[in-house]
Design a protein around this ligand. Structure first.
Ligand code: SAH
Length: 263
């Protein structure tokens, strides 16, 4: 992956403004022809219904080309997932016109839906295969959960702000994202009833990696998480657990996320 630029502003608290990132000069390519056709899965493995939307399809493909592929995200299934999920359904009505812009957007309660690029980047880092069990901490709008559910039917998402969690549930099922399981609670503790997970994504920043999340990661699993104090540049890290249960941490990107809060 090629990511030679500064801080990805992901979830800027209540900030409405966008930070436009300098783009590497590489030419924009199209979404690879190898990307799965809508609704098509590999011939083996789990089958599940994924909703399809034609509204704003051109904007989505342009977003994927110019913001995501151009910056080095290359996984065909991830690019296709980003092309399919209708981001405009996950932002407040007055911000729909900016749903495909290259920035995070406010979703209420001082929280934000992450910048499309960072959603794709983190999703790619998780290397999700169909059938993997994935935990998300920080449901927010439900957008990242919907993107994950394009890749596997086993997505579990936790949100600590009750109103946001309820709204996300009310949004996801009617849109057709029926495989995602959401709950209101403190994601610091993970979701022991559904553990262990092949992949865990945290979309809010703790100051240290929560031990329960490490414990709930399968051997061979991946955890993608921003770590650091709020209001400062944080570090996006990828933790991998080997078959012996040993973890390795790799630093990926400087980022700015809202803080992980506790109950
Ligand atoms: N993934 C979201 C972006 C969410 S912003 C999306 O696609 O829209 C981060 C979210 O993490 C916020 O909604 C915030 O309320 C939530 N959060 C913060 N601390 C949390 C915790 N301990 N457990 C679960 N969610 C938490």
């Amino acid at each position: 992956m090629r990511h030679g630029f500064g801080v990805a502003i992901v979830a800027l608290g209540a900030a409405v403004g966008c930070l436009w990132l300098a783009r590497p000069p590489a030419p924009a390519g199209g979404v690879p022809a190898s990307a799965a056709e809508p609704g098509q899965e590999p011939s083996s493995g789990p089958k599940w219904d994924r909703p399809r939307f034609t509204e704003a399809e051109a904007e989505r493909r342009a977003m994927v080309r110019s913001q995501i592929e151009r910056r080095g995200v290359a996984n065909a299934a991830v690019l296709e997932a980003m092309c399919q999920v209708p981001r405009h359904e996950f932002v407040p009505p007055d911000l729909r016109a900016r749903a495909y812009a290259d920035c995070p957007l406010p979703i209420g309660h001082g929280q934000t839906i992450s910048q499309p690029y960072i959603v794709a980047y983190m999703t790619e880092a998780l290397q999700i295969k169909p059938g993997d069990r994935v935990l998300e901490v920080g449901t927010g709008s439900g957008y990242q959960a919907a993107v994950l559910s394009e890749l596997t039917p086993h997505v579990y998402s936790i949100e600590i702000v009750r109103e946001l969690g309820e709204q996300a549930k009310k949004r996801l099922a009617p849109l057709g994202y029926k495989t995602i399981q959401c709950k209101i609670g403190d994601g610091y503790l993970g979701w022991p009833e559904h553990a262990p997970f092949d992949a865990i994504i945290v979309t809010c920043a703790p100051t240290k990696i929560p031990p329960p999340l490490l414990a709930q990661l399968k051997p061979g699993g991946r955890l993608c998480i921003p770590v650091g104090a709020s209001g400062r540049v944080q570090e996006l890290v990828l933790v991998t657990k080997d078959d012996q249960g040993q973890t390795r941490t790799k630093s990926l990107l400087p980022v700015s996320f809202v803080p992980l809060t506790r109950e």
